[in-house]
Design a protein around this ligand. Structure first.
Ligand SMILES: Nc1ncnc2c1ncn2[C@@H]1O[C@H](COP(=O)(O)OP(=O)(O)OP(=O)(O)O)[C@@H](O)[C@H]1O
Ligand SMILES: [Mg+2]
Length: 283
């Protein structure tokens, strides 16, 4: 397989911001001139695929060209037999990733907000795993059980255990390591007791189960208002988008950039060498 850098966006908690983060990451990388393959494992919801479809339709109606990834949607297996279904899903995912890796600098994989075999094996391909989570103990519950009085971490829970298993699967397959980053999403601009408590617990948990913490995205309308046009806040400099930049947009862009910095993708020296003829055109 060529050296495409694979970023998986995962969290079994629904609605934590996976598809939104995936789309912003994809457009950030495209706008930096890199070729990006994308894979949607969230069958049948397929939010990322719908987002990209809207982007293609918007290009047609506004008669303009926007950067696009090479996108694939992978459906769950049609086999009833569990072993056959798992083998089929693994084979299709592996071949999809191999073909995208041959011609792209990055691959971004969006996963469903629930447990599925396809999602599990998808995690084992990550060079970087980004887990967006809402700033709430309800979301944290999928990472660890926490003592209600002392806020001490009692033990890792379902999603953290699954990530641990997939890290092992990755190591066995090719000796590679998964860099796990947890990113808080929809942060309130007003500091609260909950926010501070979450910060403390996440800090302790990161050492215990091995992830890094990204600064995260604030609660901002711009992250949800552009879906129908298939745009991201990184596209707003184009006047055709019909949306004027404001201070919140500028701050949101900084947040996306900070995520790339945490991943280690905002330093040109850290980018893979661009594949020949791979340049897509930033707006
Ligand atoms: N930072 C943010 N500010 C405001 N709204 C946000 C933000 N991040 C995500 N949202 C909104 O939250 C909702 C869930 O986001 P999204 O679909 O990206 O989550 P998801 O984890 O992919 O969900 P699922 O598990 O169902 O696939 C959407 O309505 C999205 O527009
Ligand atoms: Mg989603």
């Amino acid at each position: 397989m060529s050296q495409a850098h694979i970023v998986v966006i995962g969290n079994q908690k629904g609605g934590s911001g996976k598809s939104t983060t995936a789309m912003h990451l994809i457009v950030s990388l495209l706008n930096r001139g890199y070729s990006v393959g994308s894979v949607d494992l969230d069958d049948p919801q397929a939010t990322l695929s719908r987002y990209l479809e809207n982007r293609r339709n918007f290009m047609g109606s506004a008669d303009m060209i926007l950067s696009m990834p090479e996108h694939h949607t992978l459906a769950r297996s049609i086999y009833d037999n569990r072993a056959l279904a798992h083998g089929d899903e693994l084979a299709r995912l592996d071949s999809c990733i191999q073909s995208l890796a041959a011609t792209n600098d990055f691959i971004v994989i969006d996963t469903p907000g629930s447990d599925s075999h396809l999602s599990q094996v998808g995690h084992s391909y990550a060079d970087t795993l980004v887990t967006p989570m809402n700033d709430s103990f309800i979301d944290l519950d999928l990472l660890a059980k926490v003592d209600p009085e002392t806020h001490e971490v009692i033990r890792p829970s379902g999603y953290a255990e699954m990530v641990w298993e997939q890290k092992k699967a990755r190591a066995i397959r090719d000796g590679g390591q998964v860099d796990w980053i947890v990113m808080r999403n929809r942060l309130s601009t007003i500091g609260s007791r909950n926010t501070r408590a979450m910060e403390e617990v996440l800090g302790a948990l990161s050492k215990r189960i091995g992830f890094r913490i990204a600064p995260g995205f604030g609660e901002r309308v711009v992250f949800r208002e552009l879906f129908l046009k298939g745009l991201t806040l990184l596209d707003l400099r184009n006047s055709e988008s019909g949306i004027r930049m404001n201070m919140s947009h500028v701050a949101a862009r900084q947040e996306v950039r900070a995520l790339l910095t945490t991943i280690g993708l905002d330093q040109p020296s850290n980018y893979p060498v661009m594949a020949e003829g791979s340049g897509t055109h930033p707006l």
